[in-house]
Design a protein around this ligand. Structure first.
Ligand code: ATP
Length: 358
């Protein structure tokens, strides 16, 4: 079997710098573990808008569809022109086009790295990625936000049984591989009785199939407080799109910095590595962006590919990359300025590569 084809999409702002650093680490992992990774590139974001009139054109989506994995750099979609003028959000577009229904967002404190959390913790948020309040992807045709008159705006929150079932199944299947084997469903069913009621119904049905996993339900507002007060009491959190978006930023920051927060968008047939943070235009081009979140996301992609292709070398490579990232972050001399260090983006990548080879 030939090695996996990895499509690298630079994005905007610091995207080219952190995607470049991530590519260097993936190339080193490929050599070290004989993965034969084949890198492909395509242009998205402002660079594509100038060249093709859209921030992500159909050819890129087609390329993503046939790639084995995707690494997506951050995009400045808030600054794009309207959709009618080509300003599509590449992240939402790819999540929808490839049916990447699970946004898997780990957050864990690391030995040797200071964190705002009052205690060590290690949790993973499984955030539903295709519906909820996300107006750019929750309807078959047109956006889920509209104005019936000039002074009234409405947003539709879509919750389907199928989407709830599959995010719950993904969360429970992952929890079964973790020592704590504990799932918390996060909801607001006290006010969103019908939609979050449906979400809980599906979580409970999946919980019944996993009797060895401890299952509990927590209101989203209470969960925000729990994460600050006692993050160690949670393991796998399963939730709907917007709650997962917000709680994962909180958990990422508690673990040390949002600049460390990795994520994988996974579907049945495709997966896309993507840092949780944005394109940080304020530091773009300065060579100081922290590549840790995207490198960690790419490590998750290798692990996902390892499971999908039953290829232990890919699994080992993903784990080695994540461990090398931890080692580089534990050393103050190899940290980027956002973490109080003086290393450059490339310097951090070199430190990860050295730790992986050591
Ligand atoms: P966008 O419009 O793409 O969301 P933003 O700057 O509004 O960009 P973020 O990119 O999330 O939002 O950045 C928030 C702050 O965190 C900025 O000051 C940015 O410089 C910093 N930041 C984000 N990511 C990183 C990173 N990888 N390394 C260093 N600093 C970062």
């Amino acid at each position: 079997m030939t090695g996996p084809a990895i499509l690298l999409l630079d994005g905007d702002g610091i995207g080219p710098e952190i995607v470049g650093a991530t590519r260097a680490v993936l190339a080193a992992a490929s050599d070290r573990f004989a993965l034969d990774l084949r890198f492909q590139t395509a242009t998205i974001g402002f660079a594509a808008l100038d060249a093709t009139g859209t921030t992500i054109d159909a050819a890129v989506i087609a390329q993503a569809r046939v790639a084995d994995g995707i690494v997506l750099g951050p995009v400045s979609h808030n600054a794009y022109p309207p959709v009618a003028e080509g300003g599509l959000n590449p992240s939402g577009t790819l999540r929808r086009a490839l049916d990447l229904f699970a946004n898997i967002r780990p957050a864990a404190t690391r030995t040797g790295l200071p964190a705002p959390a009052t205690m060590p913790f290690d949790l993973v948020i499984f955030r539903e990625n295709t519906e909820g309040f996300y107006a750019d992807r929750n309807l078959h045709l047109g956006p889920g936000e509209f104005m019936p008159d000039a002074d009234t705006a409405m947003a539709l929150r879509k919750i389907s049984r199928r989407a709830c079932r599959r995010i719950a199944e993904a969360g429970f299947a992952h929890a079964a591989t973790r020592p704590a084997a504990h799932v918390t469903a996060v909801h607001k069913a006290n006010v969103l009785r019908v939609s979050d009621g449906l979400f809980l119904e599906e979580c409970r049905a999946v919980a019944a199939a996993y009797p060895a996993i401890r299952y509990e339900e927590v209101l989203v507002d209470a969960m925000a407080a729990h994460l600050v007060r006692n993050p160690a009491c949670h393991d796998v959190i399963v939730t709907t799109n917007m709650f997962g978006d917000i709680l994962s930023d909180l958990a990422g920051e508690l673990s040390g910095s949002l600049g460390l927060a990795a994520s994988l968008n996974a579907g049945s047939d495709h997966a896309m590595a993507q840092a949780q943070h944005g394109s940080a235009p304020d530091i773009a081009g300065a060579g100081v962006a922290n590549p840790a979140a995207l490198i960690g996301s790419a490590a998750m992609l290798l692990e996902w590919l390892g499971a999908r292709r039953s290829a232990p070398a890919l699994t080992r490579a993903g784990r080695a990359m994540a461990a090398a990232l931890d080692a580089a972050l534990a050393n103050p001399a190899t940290r980027t300025p956002d973490l109080g260090g003086r290393a450059s983006t490339d310097g951090m990548a070199r430190a990860v590569i050295a730790a992986m080879q050591g």
